[in-house]
Design a protein around this ligand. Structure first.
Ligand code: GLA
Length: 419
């Protein structure tokens, strides 16, 4: 079964890629048709009969991405449209620490000596790479690149990882031990990916960016207290050391062409923006260190936004501040908290305005800017904010006819072709 899987995927992948190229060539014809169509509503069109989103944004953003789950990659019409519209995928859950640990209690059968010379017991039963390798194989065979999400996060990480003897109900370990565990985890994941890329991807990057740290800044950040406190990471370190160190270890173990990102939500709120700027400053202050220099390349703005809030002017302010730090921005988890089909037109306008704003900061050669936009899900029915079919946050919907565009899709397409 396993032996059959890869060849089948490769053949099917090649066919889809071929189909993708063929449909790309007719994309410009289609874009004129769509302009006509998009004046009327509803705009429910099969998602393969419209211009490709990624082609519409080619030359503007390096990647147009989408969050997916393992089952989206099994084949069929999901994968077909995914490859047609998107160049990059983020695993919604599968690369998070909890999934990499496969919900297993780590054993203490191995040892690891950190860069700082601290020797600790480490598990040999986790992380488990079976699922990750399967996802990377599929992504590669369909020509998709991946955003890695996530290495260090207070959530969706086994409680045992932070505790004595890897016992979920034990006491938290001390800083030195946790620092070494962090290095071990980051090293283990990043070296595995690099080995896979060397072996199966001609040494080229499949995972072009990692969210090294997610959501470590407080929603009410102030100059002196800007870190999230309800976190085992914070409870152990009581400072930003675990953030800066994560970027040191990521820099040590990731190839130089893997982008290293700090990712967070509500990045446009002044308090959060201020807190994130402090994180950037702390990491950049460690960039020139001789021993374990840090590196940060990207701020990931999750962007789970409302229909009206934050205003696009708030994006302007935050994006400019991040870019002033000489790093790039990626929109990493875009969706619009839309509570009703009645607001189709408003959602369309909202997406259009967001993309008009993002486009203003597109990355140009030799400069910094927005290098990619990732949607947090393919279709409304599968979105994490869908509640019994009462939320409509994304560009596509799916019914018995397959995947259909929503008016919001055309809002994004229109913004792409504007001067
Ligand atoms: C946050 C995380 C994501 C995901 C969403 C909900 O934004 O960064 O990984 O868990 O919440 O799907």
């Amino acid at each position: 079964m396993k032996k059959l899987f890869l060849p089948v995927i490769l053949v099917v992948g090649a066919l889809f890629l071929f189909a993708g190229c063929a449909s790309t060539s007719s994309a410009s014809q289609k874009s004129t048709e769509v302009k006509k169509e998009s004046k009327g509503f509803p705009e429910r069109v099969n998602w393969l009969e419209v211009p490709s989103l990624k082609d519409s944004y080619s030359g503007i953003f390096e990647n147009i991405g989408v969050a997916v789950n393992e089952r989206d990659l099994q084949g069929g019409d999901t994968l077909e449209g995914l490859v047609y519209h998107f160049s990059s995928i983020t695993m919604e859950n599968e690369f998070k620490p909890q999934f990499m640990f496969n919900w297993q209690k780590p054993n203490s059968n191995g040892t690891f000596t950190s860069s700082k010379g601290v020797t600790i017991e480490v598990p040999t039963n986790v992380p488990s790479f079976t699922r990750m390798d399967k996802m990377m194989n599929i992504a590669k065979s369909f020509g998709l690149r991946m955003r890695g999400h996530v290495l260090v996060w207070h959530s969706q990480t086994e409680a045992s990882f932070f505790r004595e003897n890897y016992n979920a109900s034990g006491a938290l370990v001390d800083k030195e031990t946790m620092d070494a565990r962090q290095e071990w985890y980051i090293k283990t994941i990043l070296e595995h990916v690099k080995e896979w890329e060397d072996k199966y991807n001609d040494g080229k990057r499949l995972i072009y960016c990692w969210d090294v740290v997610n959501e470590a800044v407080s929603d009410n950040a102030t100059v002196n207290a800007y870190l999230r406190t309800n976190s085992d990471w914070y409870a152990i370190f009581k400072s930003d050391k675990f953030i800066v160190n994560a970027f040191r270890y990521a820099n040590k173990y990731a190839p130089a062409d893997v982008q290293l990102a700090y990712n967070d939500y509500s990045c446009t709120s002044p308090a959060k923006t201020g807190g994130i700027l402090k994180v950037i400053d702390a990491i950049q202050a460690a960039e020139k260190d001789d021993f374990l220099p840090a590196r940060i390349d990207v701020i990931g703005m999750q962007s789970h936004v409302g229909l009206n809030n934050p205003q696009t002017s708030a994006f302007d302010i935050a994006i400019r501040k991040f870019l002033e730090k000489n790093i790039d921005v990626q929109i990493t988890e875009l969706d619009v908290n839309d509570t009703g089909m009645g607001s189709d037109l408003i959602l369309r306008a909202r997406y259009k305005a967001l993309f008009q704003t993002f486009k203003k900061y597109q990355k140009v050669d030799g400069g910094h800017g927005i290098s990619g936009v990732t949607f947090w899900g393919i279709n409304d029915e599968r979105s994490w904010i869908s509640k019994n079919g009462t939320m409509f946050p994304l560009l596509f919907t799916r019914d018995s006819n397959g995947y259909l565009t929503k008016p919001a899709f055309f809002g994004c397409i229109e913004a792409a072709s504007e001067e």
